[in-house]
Design a protein around this ligand. Structure first.
Ligand SMILES: CC(C)(COP(=O)(O)OP(=O)(O)OC[C@H]1O[C@@H](n2cnc3c(N)ncnc32)[C@H](O)[C@@H]1OP(=O)(O)O)[C@@H](O)C(=O)NCCC(=O)NCCS
Length: 147
């Protein structure tokens, strides 16, 4: 199995949209078509604020990560927030999720980011098994106000 982790490119659109729709369904979310279009456009903007990476297996897209950099008050260099991580159901348990996270760690070390972090639903046991192998949860509790 030849696995490549690389930047999202414009020709990934159809395959990425299939994975994105499956991810939104997994999250039981609703994302308006214009929001998906906006996200896709930003993933392909050279001056993009989003970092889109894909996991390709034997030439087929099987997973992706979407992250963004932001400044912080606790460090001189940016923090990277991993917002979305997804691997197609039939491709799970083969190391793609791990490879997508390791890819961001490598990128961040090269570029001098201060931190890579993400959230997880407490009940998402499959994801948390993977995450716990990188670092213990920091114990933060998230609050959210929809505006
Ligand atoms: C979370 C997710 C990205 C993991 O992707 P993945 O490619 O299956 O992960 P990996 O194959 O790299 O698995 C890594 C570890 O997770 C565990 N794991 C993952 N899938 C497993 C499975 N089906 N059975 C048993 N363990 C599993 C194993 O402990 C594995 O450890 P190992 O590398 O030492 O074997 C994937 O399950 C997914 O997309 N889930 C739905 C979306 C989601 O939950 N996203 C995260 C939101 S916070």
């Amino acid at each position: 199995m030849a696995v490549v982790i690389r930047d999202i490119v414009a020709t990934d659109e159809a395959a990425w949209r299939v994975l994105w729709a499956a991810y939104i369904a997994f999250q039981k979310g609703i994302v308006a078509p214009e929001v998906t279009a906006h996200t896709w456009a930003r993933l392909n903007d050279p001056a993009r604020s989003l970092i889109g990476r894909v996991a390709e297996v034997d030439g087929c897209l099987r997973g992706f990560s979407v992250s963004l950099l932001h400044e912080g008050t606790w460090a001189l260099t940016p923090f990277c927030y991993l917002e979305d991580l997804f691997v197609a159901e039939h491709a799970r348990g083969q190391g793609l999720g791990r490879a997508l996270i390791e890819d961001l760690i490598t990128m961040g070390m090269k570029r001098g980011w201060a931190r890579l972090y993400w959230h997880a639903m407490a009940g998402n046991a499959e994801a948390r098994r993977l995450y716990d192998s990188f670092a213990p949860s920091d114990g933060d509790v998230r609050y959210r106000i929809q505006l």
